[in-house]
Design a protein around this ligand. Structure first.
Ligand SMILES: Cc1cc2nc3c(=O)[nH]c(=O)nc-3n(C[C@H](O)[C@H](O)[C@H](O)COP(=O)(O)OP(=O)(O)OC[C@H]3O[C@@H](n4cnc5c(N)ncnc54)[C@H](O)[C@@H]3O)c2cc1C
Length: 540
């Protein structure tokens, strides 16, 4: 661990810095070269004295480096030269200004679950937000101030214990802002919309290090953009989010495991349950979320996938039962149910901290599709393909094909034009995650299978334009499929890029304007900055 307050700016280090960087620091932002290959100790010596005392800078030789950079999905890996951990919000503008002025690409990260291919174009400084983890409920009980590094588990637990809930992703181990800046899908969206619909105010550091507050009344256009395309615009150091009375003491859950011969019955029941995509009056907000997967459970079958499904209901078993009768009528291999407090719902529905879903270190080659209704014929084709591939590649045994069905009342209640999140009409979210121990020899087969599955979903919904939930994107999808096909959406976003990030420095997470600068190097980064300028004029 490198404690900055222990560092002295010694002349020896400065000399070393110049040797590495071949130039003076260019803190006025007019730098025409990059110092991206600076040693972390040089950064610590130059930047450290400006930062608060509990900040850390780690280079590859530090023992903490591995912990800070380990990724959920190593398939697409950003190249991290150094990790800087701000300890206070005030540190972030200084870090961004330093990185920006020195031509060092930077990327904020919280829980490192980002899984898009565009991240592998990154080569630079990771700004590790994990120390910014405050959760402060405001005295009026209507909002909370949350740090830029908080994640689902600690928000759910802290608010619940105080009598509240707020929207977050459904998986305990995942950050809040990673999902929320792309909209954010979660169990409370039937009540409160997608996660970003509960934003009140964001404290954002722009590419040049300027700290601004963004809300309905301050920089309202940027506020609009942060709710769906936010990864493209700034580092969020903290936010104020609406919170809500927790309502009930326990939620009811029920999980089913069915064999494949029940597949058609399951998807027909599911379509009836959400009224063929017309949720109004059918898919109650209390019946918050159900999701299923094709998965291998060897104790049931070593050769055929099973259908796992989980329902959660905000209320009692008796209230939930009428909605579950149709599923109870389909004979299951096993079922499990119970009542637990909301923070325990992830644990009982396969998305908790200790679930396989939260294991770090496996490849998850994925592609998503947003849908309105299950095409039962397609679901069968995808299932058959699943079995075929598992037989061909036993290494892919941990693969899951995932189907998520969200309650929609809260999402529908919000005018789609009021945020950059474009997919309010897609209640169903599906994705495949071809899962295996990292092994380059299998990558091509994994990508081909994942793509074929996504293409089957889209072919089975010919009346819908293919949509990509930005946080589930593989990374090679079109900007339109992520940010919306209505031309005004991308025009508006690109205009805002020109205004707030003219050099396209926030361009590593499914960028609105492509990053033209794969794996930045000392030489190529300068070109990248020029290309950023060209993109700006293209986007205007
Ligand atoms: C197991 C699993 C479960 C998931 N479940 C859900 C779910 O229920 N709902 C859902 O909507 N999505 C879900 N996702 C997708 C998820 O939204 C993305 O993977 C997201 O990028 C993860 O955020 P993170 O903080 O964990 O990852 P990180 O890799 O740390 O962050 C991802 C990106 O978010 C941006 N970012 C993070 N923090 C900040 C910040 N403070 N300021 C500015 N930018 C920031 C950066 O661009 C960063 O590259 C899930 C993903 C996985 C792997």
């Amino acid at each position: 661990m490198t404690r900055l307050h222990r560092l002295a700016v010694s002349s020896a280090l400065l000399l070393q810095s110049l040797a590495f960087a071949s130039s003076e620091p260019c803190l006025n932002g007019l730098c025409h070269f990059t110092r991206n290959k600076l040693a972390s100790r040089t950064v610590a010596s130059e930047l450290g004295p400006q930062l608060s005392k509990n900040c850390n800078v780690y280079g590859p030789d530090d023992t903490q480096f591995g912990n800070c950079t380990a990724r959920y999905d190593p398939f697409f890996t950003p190249k991290i030269q150094m990790v800087v951990q701000p300890a206070t919000e005030d540190d972030v503008p200084k870090i961004v200004e330093y990185a920006s002025a020195n031509g060092i690409p930077f990327l904020a990260m919280a829980r490192r679950h980002g899984m898009t291919s565009t991240l592998s174009e990154f080569d630079g400084m990771q700004i590790d937000m994990s120390l910014l983890d405050k959760i402060e409920i405001q005295p009026d009980g209507k909002s909370a101030i949350l740090g830029g590094g908080v994640f689902a588990k600690n928000i759910m637990e802290k608010l619940w214990d105080a009598g509240y809930v707020t929207s977050s992703g459904s998986t305990s181990c995942v950050g809040l802002l990673g999902p929320a800046l792309g909209g954010g899908r979660g169990r409370l969206e039937g009540y409160y919309g997608v996660v970003s619909d509960s934003f009140l105010k964001l404290n954002v550091v722009l590419a040049n290090g300027t700290a601004i507050t963004v809300s309905e009344t301050e920089h309202p256009d940027l506020f609009w953009a942060m709710k769906g395309a936010g990864h493209n615009f700034g580092v969020v150091t903290s936010l104020e989010m609406k919170i809500y009375p927790r309502g009930v003491d326990t939620w009811y859950y029920k999980t089913y495991i069915w064999t494949q011969d029940k597949l058609e019955a399951v998807f027909e029941a599911s379509n009836a349950f959400h009224n063929d995509g017309n949720h109004a009056g059918h898919h109650l907000k209390e019946m918050a979320f159900n999701m299923g997967s094709y998965t291998m459970i060897p104790s049931i079958s070593e050769t055929e996938g099973v259908i796992f499904w989980s329902f959660v209901y905000r209320g009692s078993k008796e209230e939930a039962q009428p909605y579950l009768d149709a599923f109870d009528a389909i004979e299951a291999v096993s079922t499990e149910d119970g009542n637990v407090p909301y923070p325990e719902i992830p644990g009982v529905s396969g998305t908790g901290m200790s679930s396989a879903l939260c294991d770090y270190g496996l490849n998850h080659v994925h592609y998503p599709a947003g849908l309105k209704v299950w095409n039962v014929t397609t679901q069968r084709q995808i299932y058959d393909l699943y079995n075929e591939k598992i037989r061909e590649y036993p290494e892919f045994q941990r693969t899951t094909v995932n189907m998520e069905d969200y309650s929609h009342e809260g999402v529908d209640a919000i005018d789609p034009d009021t945020s950059a999140y474009p997919w309010r009409d897609r209640g169903l979210l599906s994705f495949i995650a071809v899962t295996y121990d990292p092994n380059p020899a299998l990558d091509e087969a994994a990508i081909a299978w994942a793509k074929e599955t996504r293409d089957l979903w889209n072919a089975g919904a010919p009346d819908l334009l293919p949509s990509t939930y930005v946080n589930y994107a593989h990374g090679d999808e079109s900007a339109e499929s992520m940010y919306g096909y209505e031309p005004w959406r991308l025009e508006k976003l690109r205009g805002l890029k020109a205004q707030y990030d003219p050099d396209n420095l926030f361009s590593y997470y499914n960028p609105i304007i492509p990053n033209m600068n794969p794996r930045s190097t000392h030489e190529s980064n300068f070109q990248g900055r020029q290309i950023g300028a060209k993109s700006r004029s293209r986007g205007q």
